[in-house]
Design a protein. Sequence first.
Length: 119
Amino acid sequence: MFTGEVGVISNQATWRSQVYELVDEDDGTTTDLAAIVDLDIVVTIGGSVGEQDCRCGPWATASIANGKVTIPGPGFQWQFEDTDLSGICPDTYHIGVKVTMDGFVVDLIIGDITVLEGN
């Protein structure tokens, strides 16, 4: 699992993530996500870090189902459009990536994202 600062983005621009790959820690092999039939990946931008109740939101969600998570090879990436982000006020928010493969659920990324006021 990755934890920490995922990035800094603008609330007035498209954000395409880097490509993330699932690598087996034991042997270093990469999982071919395109070959997995029962796969779901959901990226959620949730409540701000300073909120008492961090369950607010989600402010934006990307998934395979809504077409905002893609698998461009062995890894995956997501893209939020400016319209997805324009309602998010500048602040630091929680971001999570949940991967479900063949019924097995993994919190792959639990971190923070800083949203800046764009032009």
